[in-house]
Design a protein around this ligand. Structure first.
Ligand code: ZN
Length: 365
């Protein structure tokens, strides 16, 4: 048994809920965070069938990509699908947790699962997020520098891609004079003092800033700590929507269509006119990705693979690339494997299964 809280905080460490879109409702849908979890069933959507499958397995957590409570619930009478699912989950004491657009917005998320399925190399986020990074600057007496720096690193500051413990340190001197009520760590109250200090600069993901600041303040020896928090305009190459990469070996467009169909078990691919060019650069976005078509064109993609494109949106390809719509379910199906792999990495001996009853709600004739 693992407390539900441990599972959700692990997932939220990978894809912070603050990354979700404003319209979204990712997070714990049903259940007590203190519930002891016996097993996890992974699906794209929670349904009555998936809940029954979990019950049969003796599992009490269903992890989904799409939130079951999305447009809001105003009653629990069982009149609508979501109401019935939530009611059933409560009755059967099965928790439901959803990781939706926050898992779309990270490297290693939904679109990465698609890109991996196509074997794309040199993968990059198609539309990196900006505004999610801060720079924290704090002035620390030399002797306490290491303890303050380590406290901030431990709280999650100083991570840049595959690197951690990133900081910049510049020696200088600070001045201060404590008032009557002060008890200065260095010098005396009422006397002007100059102290050798280091200007310590560390990058911090915005969602970790309050944790980093409290750890920093706890480790810092001063009564009044001088520190600054700067918002950064930098794009975060590890966060954002969609993925672009290259095929190891270029393919003819028809060959690529066949390959795509096979890799995603797609019955149908709706696509714009072929251009008679080899496919090298491929952009992908899981789910409804039309909002990234412009980015895919600007990035020089030969094809853009997504789901849920509307009629008018196909015109927007404008012959600059080939849009390939494989279907919403098809494009996101490997999100289940992604969740499975991530859970196995953290809880290797725990019971985690992919739903076997879940089916694409869309059939093709
Ligand atoms: Zn979706």
């Amino acid at each position: 048994m693992i407390p539900l809280r441990d599972i959700t905080s692990y997932l939220e460490g990978l894809a912070p809920p603050s990354l979700q879109e404003s319209y979204d409702n990712s997070g714990l849908q049903v259940g007590d965070p203190n519930l002891d979890i016996s097993g996890i069933l992974v699906a794209l959507d929670a349904s009555e069938g998936v809940l029954l499958e979990a019950e049969k397995l003796g599992f009490n957590l269903v992890l989904t990509h799409h939130p079951v409570i999305f447009g809001g619930l105003k009653s629990l009478t069982g009149r609508s699908g979501p109401e019935r699912i939530v009611k059933m989950a409560i009755q059967k004491e099965i928790a439901i947790y959803s990781a939706h657009t926050n898992f779309d917005a990270i490297a290693g998320g939904v679109s990465t699962a698609m890109a991996n399925r196509l074997g794309l190399v040199n993968q990059q986020i198609l539309a990196p997020l900006s505004g999610g990074l801060l720079k924290v600057v704090v002035f620390v007496p030399h002797a306490q520098l290491e303890q303050v720096r380590q406290a901030m690193f431990k709280a999650g500051a100083g991570k840049l891609g595959e690197y951690d413990s990133c900081s910049f340190n510049l020696e200088g001197s600070g001045t201060f004079r404590g008032g009557e009520g002060s008890q200065p760590f260095a010098g005396e109250a009422g006397v002007f003092h100059q102290e050798a200090e280091t200007r310590l600069e560390i990058i911090v993901h915005a969602e970790l800033s309050s944790r980093v600041i409290s750890s920093m303040l706890a480790a810092h020896p001063y009564e009044e700590v001088a520190y600054d928090i700067y918002p950064l305009e930098n794009k975060d190459p590890r966060r954002g929507m969609g993925v672009i990469g290259r095929l190891e070996d270029p393919m003819e467009e028809e060959v690529f269509l066949g390959f795509l169909k096979d890799r995603f078990s797609a019955s149908v691919i709706r696509h714009t006119s072929l251009r008679g060019k080899a496919v090298k650069k491929v952009a992908v976005c899981g789910g409804a990705g039309s909002f990234l078509l412009g980015k895919a064109k600007a990035a020089g993609a030969d094809v853009f693979v997504t789901g849920d494109m509307k009629y008018h949106q196909f015109f927007e390809a404008e012959g600059q690339l080939v849009v390939m719509d494989i279907g919403h379910f098809e494009s996101e199906q490997f999100t289940r494997e992604l969740f499975y792999d991530l859970l196995m990495k953290k809880f290797p001996k725990f019971a985690v299964r992919l739903s076997e009853t879940e089916k694409n709600p869309i059939k093709y004739f």
